[in-house]
Write a protein that binds this ligand. Sequence first.
Ligand code: NAD
Ligand code: WQD
Length: 349
Amino acid sequence: MLSVPSRIFDHMKKVLVTGGAGFIGSHTVVELVLAGFEPIIVDDLRNSEERALDGIAKILGRTPTFHRLDCADAVAMDAVFRAEGAVHGVIHFAADKAVGESVANPMKYYRNNVGSLMNLLGVMDAHGVHRIVFSSSCTVYGQPDANPVTEDAPDRKAASPYGFTKVACEQMLRDQCHADRRLRAVLLRYFNPVGAHPSGHIGELPLGVPNNLVPYVTQTAAGLRDHLTVNGSDYATSDGSCVRDYIHVVDLAHAHVRALQWMEEHDPPVCEVFNIGTGNGNSVLEVIEEFRKVNNVDLPVVMGPRRAGDVESVYADTTKCRTVLGWQAERSLGDAMRDAWNWQLQLKR
Ligand code: NAD
Ligand code: WQD
């Protein structure tokens, strides 16, 4: 456990973290404290559990301030800003993120993902808060013409309502930054976040059958699933399976801290987008092999058909995040596979 005396929080800059009990949010809360900020979590736990807060407390030795509420609720959010006083900036993670569900229930996604950002910008403005870091996604690129993909590659027609909410929120932030010259925004396009905190106290908590590769790998290795199906082996990639850029969640959390610091360093205000990935493309089969190698654990794998809507290959050009933001990934795919397995083992206990 890291020792963070409570009085230290009295002097730290407050950062409101919507979705701070979720997978990426919980890791970012830890890194914020370690970097000298005071996170204020706003989350209604619709896709997370209070045990994430317990896990944060085990790592830091202190539970951060937590407001359980819907961040699309203007009255409740106004009360939070009032209660907290001076807020230095906001990191906005809160959103629904299941691609398939967004096709079946698009209104849920527009209401929450677009609605909560609209609400947040209004409340921030009313309270004189002018810094925001936004969770975007490489989904805005679809299948890019070339890899590694740069930030100025054209957005593709979104493959799902979820994807379109990210395109729409990015545009909303650009428009608002243009209209309000005090507003600073950093839009982080995450590639594929994986892994867990090395302590094993926080990690991803997928509800039901996971959609994403790495939780499916760990659950299969743990015997919770019969086998893992590789979704397609006839793509034009080195081994026929899809290629992605898997970024360790602790590295991703650091990128948010860096984004806040970067905004402080910049005057006049900025609205910038950054890829947050490793710059490496790894195939599904390589991920499985790495998992087996670093953990010395096997899992049953079968080859299956392509998954509808999958892009063949996408990985980040990291030039801009390295040279402009001053951030780069430090952890390997092996680190992520080890930490994801360690987390899975803690969950079983
Ligand atoms: P997550 O579901 O683990 O975390 C999101 C958190 O937000 C949850 O704790 C949920 O309870 C909360 N939440 C959702 N709507 C809310 C609302 N209206 N009010 C209060 N709390 C609310 O997801 P995550 O993987 O940590 O993703 C965080 C962000 O990153 C999301 O915006 C997601 O779209 C984006 N993103 C995720 C990935 C990924 O693969 N995980 C990739 C790219 C972008
Ligand atoms: C990775 C690869 C699968 C499970 C999704 C969202 C995207 C972003 C990140 C938020 C693919 C393959 C998976 C399995 C498999 N989220 N796979 N067997 O699809 O790159 O991105 O999460 O913004 O918007 O679409 O991630 O982890 O689902 O899949 O073969 O059991 O693993 O087909 O090729 P994806 P993923």
